[in-house]
Design a protein around this ligand. Structure first.
Ligand code: SAH
Length: 212
């Protein structure tokens, strides 16, 4: 039942322009219903963001697909995610063969995601803390994905990219953002592309929004 629903959703994402076959394959394999609260499971295969508690959301599947496609994931890539939330995005990256590090500031969400990873046998290195400063012990990363909206591009994250590495981050005000895709082209140079228009929950931390 849910597998059929999942395949219908992924066909829709493909029709909406997601073309990276490795991304589509991972989306078909990971059960989104395992990452949402029990009361939301009926809606797991609709292309919408869903509440996961604490005022946070699991991102819309199309957004997850697009951001993952923009990361240009290769097997064995080291990828840092800021904003573990439900754990769904990290699970997709793991399924694509990446070595995944993920930081969440909310302790309950951090713990809950860890539990889901353990149950499903998904290996992700997690940490509870402020991800705006990155995770220098494990840098550099081939890609960094920020799944909450930021007022600017945190300098610390740019510094933790490999040459050729990519940072995907929604930047804007607290209500709407543009998705920035930043490629580190040399030690000091970065190329920036923008994709409008998204609505993420705020990134809160030292190099982003202050706590409300
Ligand atoms: N990738 C998640 C989306 C979660 S929503 C998923 O697949 O479900 C964004 C998350 O970012 C929220 O859980 C929020 O608590 C977290 N967050 C916000 N600011 C953060 C920060 N500075 N460091 C780490 N996590 C942060």
């Amino acid at each position: 039942m849910s597998k059929t629903e999942r395949n219908i959703l992924i066909d829709e994402l493909e029709a909406k322009g997601i073309s990276d076959q490795n991304v589509l394959k991972a989306l078909r394999a990971i059960e989104r219903e395992k990452f949402v609260p029990a009361t939301m499971q009926n809606n797991a295969y609709r292309d919408i963001a869903l509440p996961i508690g604490y005022g946070q959301t699991i991102s819309q599947p199309y957004t997850v697909a697009l951001m993952t496609q923009e990361l240009k994931v290769n097997k064995g890539d080291r990828i840092l995610e800021i904003g573990t939330g439900s754990g769904y995005q990290a699970a997709i990256l793991y399924k694509m063969g990446a070595i995944v590090y993920s930081i969440e500031r909310n302790f309950d969400l951090f713990r809950n995601a860890q539990k889901i990873f353990d149950n499903l046998g998904i290996r992700v290195s997690t940490k509870c803390g402020d991800g705006t400063i990155g995770w220098s012990e494990y840098s550099p990363f081939n890609a960094i994905i920020v799944t909450a909206g930021s007022p600017d591009i945190p300098e610390s994250l740019k510094k933790q990219l490999t040459i050729g590495g990519r940072l995907v981050i929604p930047v804007g005000n607290k209500r709407t953002q543009t998705l920035k895709v930043i490629t580190r082209t040399s030690e000091k140079e970065f190329k920036i592309e923008s994709i409008p228009e998204f609505a993420f929950v705020p990134l809160i931390g030292r190099e982003a929004w202050e706590k409300d």
